[in-house]
Write a protein that binds this ligand. Sequence first.
Ligand code: MTE
Length: 325
Amino acid sequence: MMPIRRRGWEIKDNEATPETVFLNRRAFMSATGAAAAVGGLGTIGLGSALMTTRPARADDGVLPSLLPAKRNEAYVLDRSLTPQKDNENYNNFYEFGTSKYVARAAQELKSRPWTVKIDGLVAKPLELDFDDLVRKVALEERLYRHRCVEAWSMTIPWTGFPLAALVALANPTSGAKYVQFETGVQDGPGMGGFYPWPYTEGLTMAEANNELAFLAVGTYGKVMAKQNGAPIRLAVPWKYGFKSIKSISRISFVKDRPQTFWEQLQSSEYGFWANVNPAVSHPRWSQAQERVLGTGKEAPTLIYNGYGQYVADLYKDMKGEQLFM
Ligand code: MTE
Protein backbone atom coordinates (compact mmCIF):
# COMPACT_ATOMS: atom_id res chain seq x y z
CA MET A 1 0.00 0.00 0.00
CA MET A 2 1.21 3.50 -0.79
CA PRO A 3 2.15 5.43 2.33
CA ILE A 4 -0.09 8.40 2.99
CA ARG A 5 1.69 11.62 2.22
CA ARG A 6 1.90 13.88 5.22
CA ARG A 7 0.91 17.45 4.80
CA GLY A 8 2.94 20.14 6.52
CA TRP A 9 0.08 20.69 8.94
CA GLU A 10 0.60 17.17 10.18
CA ILE A 11 4.26 17.73 10.98
CA LYS A 12 4.55 17.04 14.68
CA ASP A 13 5.43 20.06 16.72
CA ASN A 14 7.16 19.43 19.98
CA GLU A 15 6.09 22.76 21.32
CA ALA A 16 2.90 24.72 20.98
CA THR A 17 4.31 28.20 20.89
CA PRO A 18 6.30 29.59 18.02
CA GLU A 19 8.61 31.47 20.35
CA THR A 20 9.92 28.22 21.74
CA VAL A 21 10.34 26.87 18.25
CA PHE A 22 12.03 30.03 17.03
CA LEU A 23 14.37 30.09 19.97
CA ASN A 24 15.30 26.48 19.38
CA ARG A 25 16.90 27.07 16.02
CA ARG A 26 17.57 23.41 15.37
CA ALA A 27 13.91 22.49 15.79
CA PHE A 28 12.93 25.48 13.69
CA MET A 29 15.23 24.48 10.86
CA SER A 30 14.03 20.92 10.80
CA ALA A 31 10.37 21.98 10.92
CA THR A 32 10.72 24.37 8.00
CA GLY A 33 12.98 22.09 5.99
CA ALA A 34 13.32 22.91 2.32
CA ALA A 35 11.40 26.18 2.55
CA ALA A 36 14.04 27.49 4.92
CA ALA A 37 16.84 26.49 2.58
CA VAL A 38 15.21 28.07 -0.47
CA GLY A 39 13.73 31.14 1.15
CA GLY A 40 16.71 31.96 3.32
CA LEU A 41 14.57 31.65 6.41
CA GLY A 42 17.50 30.15 8.26
CA THR A 43 18.86 33.65 8.68
CA ILE A 44 15.51 34.91 9.92
CA GLY A 45 15.55 38.08 11.97
CA LEU A 46 13.85 36.96 15.14
CA GLY A 47 12.81 40.48 15.96
CA SER A 48 10.82 41.04 12.79
CA ALA A 49 9.30 37.57 12.73
CA LEU A 50 7.92 38.00 16.22
CA MET A 51 6.84 41.60 15.86
CA THR A 52 3.35 42.27 17.11
CA THR A 53 2.91 45.65 15.43
CA ARG A 54 4.02 46.71 12.01
CA PRO A 55 4.10 49.96 10.09
CA ALA A 56 1.18 50.65 7.75
CA ARG A 57 1.72 48.97 4.41
CA ALA A 58 1.39 50.68 1.07
CA ASP A 59 -1.26 48.12 0.15
CA ASP A 60 -3.48 48.56 3.22
CA GLY A 61 -5.86 50.73 1.15
CA VAL A 62 -8.67 52.52 2.98
CA LEU A 63 -8.95 49.96 5.76
CA PRO A 64 -6.77 51.69 8.42
CA SER A 65 -9.15 54.66 8.31
CA LEU A 66 -12.08 52.35 9.21
CA LEU A 67 -10.35 50.65 12.15
CA PRO A 68 -10.70 49.80 14.93
CA ALA A 69 -14.32 48.72 14.58
CA LYS A 70 -16.70 48.43 17.49
CA ARG A 71 -16.77 45.07 19.21
CA ASN A 72 -19.96 43.04 18.96
CA GLU A 73 -20.31 41.87 22.57
CA ALA A 74 -22.66 39.00 21.65
CA TYR A 75 -19.74 36.65 21.00
CA VAL A 76 -18.02 35.90 24.25
CA LEU A 77 -15.07 33.63 24.95
CA ASP A 78 -14.34 31.36 27.87
CA ARG A 79 -10.58 31.76 27.49
CA SER A 80 -8.12 34.55 26.89
CA LEU A 81 -7.12 35.83 23.47
CA THR A 82 -4.16 34.23 21.74
CA PRO A 83 -1.18 36.58 21.71
CA GLN A 84 -0.99 38.30 18.33
CA LYS A 85 2.57 37.13 17.77
CA ASP A 86 1.42 33.52 17.99
CA ASN A 87 -1.49 34.13 15.64
CA GLU A 88 0.84 35.73 13.09
CA ASN A 89 3.73 33.30 13.34
CA TYR A 90 2.08 29.90 13.31
CA ASN A 91 -0.01 29.61 10.17
CA ASN A 92 -1.35 27.30 7.54
CA PHE A 93 -1.15 28.95 4.14
CA TYR A 94 -0.08 26.30 1.69
CA GLU A 95 0.24 28.64 -1.25
CA PHE A 96 3.32 29.97 0.56
CA GLY A 97 4.70 26.65 1.77
CA THR A 98 3.73 23.69 3.88
CA SER A 99 5.45 24.73 7.10
CA LYS A 100 3.82 26.80 9.82
CA TYR A 101 6.41 29.52 9.31
CA VAL A 102 5.18 31.19 6.15
CA ALA A 103 4.82 34.70 7.59
CA ARG A 104 7.80 36.03 5.70
CA ALA A 105 7.02 34.29 2.40
CA ALA A 106 3.42 35.54 2.57
CA GLN A 107 4.57 39.18 2.42
CA GLU A 108 4.75 38.59 -1.36
CA LEU A 109 0.97 38.54 -1.46
CA LYS A 110 -0.24 41.60 -3.38
CA SER A 111 -3.35 42.62 -1.49
CA ARG A 112 -4.15 45.73 -3.60
CA PRO A 113 -5.76 46.23 -5.95
CA TRP A 114 -8.04 43.37 -4.88
CA THR A 115 -11.28 42.39 -6.50
CA VAL A 116 -13.89 39.97 -5.22
CA LYS A 117 -15.77 38.52 -8.15
CA ILE A 118 -19.34 37.36 -7.52
CA ASP A 119 -20.78 35.02 -10.10
CA GLY A 120 -22.86 31.91 -10.76
CA LEU A 121 -26.55 31.88 -9.88
CA VAL A 122 -26.96 35.57 -9.10
CA ALA A 123 -29.24 38.23 -10.54
CA LYS A 124 -26.20 40.07 -11.88
CA PRO A 125 -22.51 39.08 -11.65
CA LEU A 126 -20.43 41.67 -9.80
CA GLU A 127 -16.80 42.65 -9.46
CA LEU A 128 -16.36 44.32 -6.09
CA ASP A 129 -13.28 46.39 -5.44
CA PHE A 130 -12.16 45.48 -1.91
CA ASP A 131 -11.83 49.11 -0.75
CA ASP A 132 -15.34 49.90 -2.05
CA LEU A 133 -16.70 46.80 -0.35
CA VAL A 134 -15.34 47.61 3.11
CA ARG A 135 -16.74 51.12 2.87
CA LYS A 136 -20.15 49.71 2.01
CA VAL A 137 -20.52 47.22 4.87
CA ALA A 138 -20.67 47.81 8.63
CA LEU A 139 -17.45 46.51 10.15
CA GLU A 140 -17.47 45.02 13.63
CA GLU A 141 -15.10 43.09 15.86
CA ARG A 142 -15.87 39.56 17.03
CA LEU A 143 -13.94 37.30 19.38
CA TYR A 144 -14.02 33.76 18.00
CA ARG A 145 -12.44 30.45 18.78
CA HIS A 146 -10.47 28.90 15.91
CA ARG A 147 -9.92 25.11 15.93
CA CYS A 148 -7.64 23.51 13.37
CA VAL A 149 -8.22 19.89 12.32
CA GLU A 150 -4.65 19.28 13.53
CA ALA A 151 -5.88 19.64 17.13
CA TRP A 152 -4.54 23.06 17.99
CA SER A 153 -6.64 26.12 18.71
CA MET A 154 -6.49 29.88 19.09
CA THR A 155 -8.89 32.62 20.13
CA ILE A 156 -8.86 35.57 17.77
CA PRO A 157 -10.34 39.08 17.62
CA TRP A 158 -11.46 39.34 14.00
CA THR A 159 -12.72 42.50 12.35
CA GLY A 160 -15.09 42.04 9.46
CA PHE A 161 -18.74 41.68 8.55
CA PRO A 162 -21.31 38.88 8.35
CA LEU A 163 -21.10 36.74 5.22
CA ALA A 164 -24.90 37.11 5.08
CA ALA A 165 -24.40 40.80 4.21
CA LEU A 166 -22.39 39.82 1.15
CA VAL A 167 -24.94 37.16 0.19
CA ALA A 168 -27.61 39.88 0.29
CA LEU A 169 -25.46 42.11 -1.89
CA ALA A 170 -24.92 39.27 -4.37
CA ASN A 171 -28.66 38.62 -4.64
CA PRO A 172 -28.53 34.89 -5.51
CA THR A 173 -31.38 33.26 -7.40
CA SER A 174 -33.54 30.55 -5.80
CA GLY A 175 -31.52 27.88 -7.64
CA ALA A 176 -28.41 28.67 -5.58
CA LYS A 177 -27.89 25.95 -2.95
CA TYR A 178 -24.19 26.33 -2.16
CA VAL A 179 -21.56 29.04 -2.04
CA GLN A 180 -18.11 28.29 -3.43
CA PHE A 181 -15.08 30.35 -2.44
CA GLU A 182 -11.83 30.60 -4.37
CA THR A 183 -8.59 32.18 -3.24
CA GLY A 184 -6.88 34.87 -5.26
CA VAL A 185 -3.40 33.49 -4.59
CA GLN A 186 -2.67 31.88 -7.94
CA ASP A 187 1.14 31.82 -8.08
CA GLY A 188 2.46 31.46 -4.53
CA PRO A 189 5.91 29.91 -4.04
CA GLY A 190 4.34 26.87 -2.36
CA MET A 191 2.06 26.07 -5.26
CA GLY A 192 2.72 23.09 -7.48
CA GLY A 193 3.00 19.39 -6.87
CA PHE A 194 -0.04 17.21 -6.43
CA TYR A 195 -2.34 19.77 -4.80
CA PRO A 196 -5.58 20.66 -6.61
CA TRP A 197 -4.92 24.42 -6.80
CA PRO A 198 -6.42 26.93 -6.44
CA TYR A 199 -7.57 26.56 -2.82
CA THR A 200 -11.35 26.43 -2.77
CA GLU A 201 -13.97 25.95 -0.08
CA GLY A 202 -17.73 25.78 0.17
CA LEU A 203 -20.74 26.22 2.42
CA THR A 204 -24.45 25.57 2.04
CA MET A 205 -26.62 28.67 1.63
CA ALA A 206 -28.01 28.06 5.13
CA GLU A 207 -24.50 27.96 6.58
CA ALA A 208 -23.49 31.08 4.66
CA ASN A 209 -26.49 32.92 6.06
CA ASN A 210 -25.90 31.74 9.61
CA GLU A 211 -25.06 34.70 11.83
CA LEU A 212 -21.69 33.22 12.82
CA ALA A 213 -20.30 33.03 9.27
CA PHE A 214 -17.99 36.00 9.04
CA LEU A 215 -15.78 37.60 6.41
CA ALA A 216 -12.72 38.91 8.21
CA VAL A 217 -10.54 41.77 7.00
CA GLY A 218 -8.68 42.56 10.22
CA THR A 219 -7.30 41.01 13.39
CA TYR A 220 -6.40 42.55 16.74
CA GLY A 221 -8.02 45.83 15.71
CA LYS A 222 -5.69 46.26 12.71
CA VAL A 223 -5.45 45.32 9.06
CA MET A 224 -5.03 41.56 8.83
CA ALA A 225 -1.50 40.26 8.35
CA LYS A 226 -0.94 38.72 4.94
CA GLN A 227 -0.14 35.32 6.40
CA ASN A 228 -3.60 35.27 8.00
CA GLY A 229 -5.33 35.70 4.63
CA ALA A 230 -5.41 39.39 3.76
CA PRO A 231 -7.28 41.20 2.50
CA ILE A 232 -10.40 39.08 3.12
CA ARG A 233 -10.94 35.57 4.49
CA LEU A 234 -13.66 33.44 5.94
CA ALA A 235 -14.08 32.71 9.67
CA VAL A 236 -16.55 29.86 10.32
CA PRO A 237 -15.65 29.01 13.91
CA TRP A 238 -17.82 25.89 14.35
CA LYS A 239 -15.88 24.13 11.59
CA TYR A 240 -12.28 22.97 11.36
CA GLY A 241 -9.96 25.76 10.30
CA PHE A 242 -9.38 24.51 6.77
CA LYS A 243 -12.93 25.64 5.89
CA SER A 244 -11.92 29.24 6.66
CA ILE A 245 -10.37 30.01 3.28
CA LYS A 246 -7.89 32.87 3.03
CA SER A 247 -7.47 35.72 0.54
CA ILE A 248 -10.80 35.23 -1.23
CA SER A 249 -11.15 36.66 -4.74
CA ARG A 250 -14.16 34.79 -6.08
CA ILE A 251 -17.49 33.79 -4.59
CA SER A 252 -19.77 31.67 -6.77
CA PHE A 253 -23.36 30.69 -6.07
CA VAL A 254 -23.97 27.19 -7.38
CA LYS A 255 -26.59 24.45 -7.54
CA ASP A 256 -24.38 21.46 -6.73
CA ARG A 257 -22.14 20.83 -3.74
CA PRO A 258 -18.64 21.97 -4.63
CA GLN A 259 -15.66 19.65 -4.21
CA THR A 260 -13.28 21.51 -1.96
CA PHE A 261 -9.47 21.60 -1.97
CA TRP A 262 -8.89 19.18 0.89
CA GLU A 263 -11.77 16.94 -0.12
CA GLN A 264 -10.23 16.52 -3.58
CA LEU A 265 -6.90 15.73 -2.01
CA GLN A 266 -8.09 13.22 0.59
CA SER A 267 -11.84 12.84 0.98
CA SER A 268 -11.51 10.08 3.59
CA GLU A 269 -9.95 12.59 5.98
CA TYR A 270 -11.22 16.05 5.03
CA GLY A 271 -14.85 16.33 4.01
CA PHE A 272 -17.25 19.05 2.97
CA TRP A 273 -18.87 19.53 6.39
CA ALA A 274 -15.89 19.41 8.75
CA ASN A 275 -17.87 20.42 11.83
CA VAL A 276 -15.85 20.21 15.04
CA ASN A 277 -16.66 17.18 17.17
CA PRO A 278 -14.47 15.79 19.96
CA ALA A 279 -16.14 12.37 19.67
CA VAL A 280 -15.28 11.82 16.00
CA SER A 281 -11.58 11.14 15.56
CA HIS A 282 -9.61 12.04 12.50
CA PRO A 283 -8.62 8.68 10.95
CA ARG A 284 -5.07 9.24 12.25
CA TRP A 285 -5.52 11.13 15.54
CA SER A 286 -8.02 11.96 18.27
CA GLN A 287 -10.00 15.19 18.25
CA ALA A 288 -10.93 14.97 21.94
CA GLN A 289 -8.38 17.55 23.11
CA GLU A 290 -6.69 20.59 21.61
CA ARG A 291 -3.44 22.41 22.23
CA VAL A 292 -4.36 25.98 23.11
CA LEU A 293 -1.58 27.88 21.39
CA GLY A 294 0.24 30.45 23.45
CA THR A 295 -0.64 28.76 26.74
CA GLY A 296 1.32 25.50 26.65
CA LYS A 297 -1.88 23.80 27.83
CA GLU A 298 -4.45 21.41 26.43
CA ALA A 299 -8.21 21.77 26.74
CA PRO A 300 -11.15 19.51 25.90
CA THR A 301 -12.59 20.17 22.44
CA LEU A 302 -16.27 21.10 22.33
CA ILE A 303 -18.93 19.96 19.88
CA TYR A 304 -19.28 22.57 17.13
CA ASN A 305 -16.29 24.19 18.84
CA GLY A 306 -18.68 25.54 21.47
CA TYR A 307 -21.10 27.12 18.96
CA GLY A 308 -23.87 24.49 19.03
CA GLN A 309 -26.51 27.00 20.12
CA TYR A 310 -26.00 28.83 16.82
CA VAL A 311 -25.53 25.99 14.38
CA ALA A 312 -26.73 22.60 15.65
CA ASP A 313 -30.15 23.15 14.05
CA LEU A 314 -28.58 23.44 10.61
CA TYR A 315 -27.75 19.74 10.72
CA LYS A 316 -30.60 18.16 12.66
CA ASP A 317 -32.37 16.58 9.70
CA MET A 318 -29.31 15.46 7.79
CA LYS A 319 -29.12 11.71 7.58
CA GLY A 320 -26.21 9.82 6.06
CA GLU A 321 -23.93 12.85 5.91
CA GLN A 322 -20.46 12.78 7.42
CA LEU A 323 -20.97 15.98 9.34
CA PHE A 324 -17.82 15.79 11.46
CA MET A 325 -14.95 15.19 9.06
N1 MTE B 1 -6.69 29.25 2.96
C1 MTE B 1 -5.82 29.15 1.94
N2 MTE B 1 -6.04 29.90 0.83
N3 MTE B 1 -4.74 28.35 1.98
C2 MTE B 1 -4.50 27.55 3.08
O1 MTE B 1 -3.51 26.79 3.08
N4 MTE B 1 -5.23 26.84 5.31
C3 MTE B 1 -6.43 26.60 6.13
C4 MTE B 1 -7.22 27.89 6.35
N5 MTE B 1 -7.36 28.64 5.13
C5 MTE B 1 -5.39 27.61 4.18
C6 MTE B 1 -6.48 28.51 4.07
C7 MTE B 1 -6.13 25.98 7.40
S1 MTE B 1 -5.71 24.35 7.36
C8 MTE B 1 -6.26 26.65 8.59
S2 MTE B 1 -6.12 25.86 10.09
C9 MTE B 1 -6.45 28.10 8.62
O2 MTE B 1 -6.54 28.68 7.32
C10 MTE B 1 -5.30 28.74 9.36
O3 MTE B 1 -5.50 30.11 9.55
P1 MTE B 1 -4.43 30.96 10.36
O4 MTE B 1 -3.09 30.69 9.75
O5 MTE B 1 -4.85 32.38 10.22
O6 MTE B 1 -4.50 30.47 11.79
